[in-house]
Ligand binder design. Structure first.
Ligand code: AMP
Ligand code: MG
Length: 406
């Protein structure tokens, strides 16, 4: 572990601090149909048995297996069982009932002969194939039974387990509340896309991108807008913080004259845990609490903001959601170009990721790694991670990567 000057801390220490500063949120009840991507807060048990009774798996005829033991044999049709309206009578020796997929198997019947294996002439049905007991019958409870716990607390709900919960006749479920993440941009140079723009101005791309990032990670972005680089403007915007679970500021975090986040928020009660991380991009990263609300101060450069969001905001959101995915998920890949020895900061190199014919992943860092280059960042598929003071490494060697996916 290298020694850091200037109050810098290592990435893993910074992450530990961020995670220690956020807590799991409470739960709320929502309709199962609204639950895509939500985290289940309590186990869900089935309220019914599925299928509720023995049903047919095919269109055909419900028979007594013993009646069709030797074929061909002609049986008399005495009724019909359709999905949603079963046949109330009983199948006795020599009898059959027409049956459809999902329809209840009538009393007395214990097998299905499929439509294709029959000939009909009025109510006289000739069975051309035998069917052993249970053939094409789905017994009651084949899928699940009343009381079975089929989706457990902590699951991230997808369309399949949403269908299952609905099928269990559970209309309302408890999920973890979505973290409300307030996003505040700072800078006189920033305007929103489509707004009038002066010659010295740029678009506040980070706030738009971060809102999308928060959403795709299961949070709800709250747009606090753009504060000017003056204390009054920053203070005014902060008054809208009520109800947020976390504040994310963008920019104003380094040592420039206009970098007000630390000073102004400090006066407003910001308690800073750290303000510099030994990483590139992302050195001027702040974490602290303002009036009890965790605050992450991201650097303004678009790539720095995006990388630090992936490395710190996502784990913080996951911790609030109570999921276990709070560490950085690294994989290995083959390096696609030579790299020089690294310095004291942990590097996250924006890179492409290709899959060779052999299925091996190759990560190739872009030659220019400027933290303002949003186009390159958008093109990147992963970050190549380089530890502080990592020695030079050649193309073809294995390297650690973090995939960029949100
Ligand atoms: P700062 O940390 O405020 O010094 O900002 C560093 C760089 O990031 C400057 O070039 C800013 O113009 C740019 N920047 C700051 N905020 C944003 C934002 N919301 N969107 C895009 N670029 C930004
Ligand atoms: Mg600024």
């Amino acid at each position: 572990m290298p020694e850091y000057s200037e109050g810098m801390i290592a990435v893993d220490v910074a992450l530990e601090n961020v995670l220690a500063g956020v807590t799991k949120l409470g739960s709320e009840d929502i309709s199962v149909g609204e639950a895509q991507g939500r985290i289940l807060a309590a186990d869900v048990a089935s309220r019914l048995t599925q299928p509720p009774v023995d049903v047919s798996a095919m269109d055909g005829y419900a028979v007594r297996a013993e009646d069709v033991a030797s074929v061909p044999v002609t049986l008399t049709q005495i009724g019909e069982s359709a999905a949603g309206s079963g046949f109330a009578g009983e199948i006795k020796a020599g009898q059959t009932a027409r049956i459809f997929t999902g329809a209840p198997v009538p009393d007395g019947a214990d097998a299905i002969v499929i439509q294709e294996d029959t000939d009909s002439d009025g109510d006289q049905i000739t069975m051309k194939e035998a069917a052993p007991i249970g053939k094409y019958i789905r017994p009651a409870g084949l899928d699940f039974k009343a009381g079975n716990v089929l989706v457990t607390a902590g699951s991230k709900l997808n369309s399949r387990n949403i269908a299952l919960i609905a099928g269990m006749n559970v209309p309302w479920i408890k999920v973890i509340r979505q973290p409300r993440v307030a996003i505040l941009s700072t800078g006189d140079e920033l305007v929103l896309p489509g707004d009038p723009i002066g010659p010295d101005q740029i678009i506040s791309s980070n706030s738009i991108g971060l809102a999308a990032f928060v959403k795709s990670n299961g949070g709800v972005p709250i747009n606090l807008g753009i504060a000017k680089d003056d204390p009054e403007s920053l203070r005014a915007v902060l008054s809208s913080l009520t109800g947020a679970d976390m504040l994310v500021t963008i920019g104003g975090a380094s040592v420039g004259d206009y970098d007000l986040v630390k000073s102004v928020l400090g006066e407003e009660g910001l308690d800073i845990t750290f303000s510099r991380v030994a990483m590139r991009p992302g050195k001027p990263l702040i974490f602290g609490k303002i009036n009890g609300i965790p605050m992450l101060g991201l650097p303004g450069n678009p790539v720095s903001a995006g990388v630090t969001a992936a490395l710190f905001l996502r784990p913080a959101i996951n911790k609030m959601l109570g999921t276990s995915a709070t560490s950085h998920v690294t994989e290995t890949a083959v390096l696609g170009r030579d790299l020089d020895e690294n310095d004291k900061r942990q590097d996250y190199l924006r890179s492409t990721l290709t899959i060779g014919d052999d299925g091996a992943l190759t990560a190739t860092p872009f030659d220019r790694q400027d933290s303002s280059m949003l186009a390159r960042f958008a093109e990147a598929e992963c970050l190549v991670v380089r530890a502080p003071f990592a020695p030079a490494i050649s193309k073809g060697e294995r390297i650690e990567i973090i995939k960029l996916d949100a």
